[in-house]
Design a protein. Structure first.
Length: 194
């Protein structure tokens, strides 16, 4: 009989996203501050690698990758630099059927999504983080997300996109952590429930 690692020995796949009180996950609907940026930096620093779909990868790359001279956009403030440096240095996997190649410390994840992500989870390490909207929906449908973190901002956007629109099956989650920020935002951590 082949040696099989128990499921709990696998590195977890965690999903983290900012969302408004009415469920909008358009990053332009919120204004993360220094404290929530610090939280995001600490979260990313715990990841062995990041997992993005094409849209999120291209958005993050255009916002946080330094230019050829190492310069950053003018809007990146001093308190944003730790996040910028952390995401820049992170190993990234990109799921895309349209991109032919990626760089920025990234590689394309090809083939069957479920098998590819399961293979990443079976590698040793502390964990993987996924961001975005479309890819996490597919991963939730496959039952591959081990922890969900929603950073709920005290904003009513009045528009979408919203999280998990089109989820095939209802998922019951259990609250395992909560952190309040001075801005009124609250980070809520959930794991799949029983």
């Amino acid at each position: 009989m082949p040696d099989v690692e128990p499921a709990d020995a696998m590195r977890p796949l965690r999903y983290s996203i900012n969302v408004t009180l009415d469920g909008c996950c358009d990053h332009r609907a919120m204004s993360p501050d220094e404290e929530t940026h610090r939280h995001a930096t600490e979260t990313l620093a715990q990841a062995d690698a990041l997992l993005f779909g094409r849209v999120t990868y291209e958005m993050m790359e255009s916002a946080w990758r330094p230019g050829p001279t190492g310069a950053r956009p003018e809007w990146v403030t001093d308190w944003m630099l730790p996040f910028a440096k952390t995401i820049d240095a992170a190993k990234k996997y990109v799921v895309s059927s349209t991109l032919q190649r990626v760089d920025w410390n990234a590689e394309l994840l090809q083939g069957d999504l479920g098998k590819a992500v399961q293979g990443l989870k079976q590698q040793p390490g502390n964990g993987l983080y996924v961001g975005g909207v479309t890819l996490p929906l597919a991963l939730a449908d496959l039952g591959l997300i081990d922890e969900y973190e929603l950073i709920v901002h005290p904003v009513l956007a009045g528009h979408g996109p919203t999280l998990f629109a089109g989820l095939r099956e209802r998922r019951v989650l259990s609250l395992v952590g909560r952190q309040e920020f001075r801005s009124g935002a609250v980070a809520l951590r959930y794991v799949p429930g029983r």
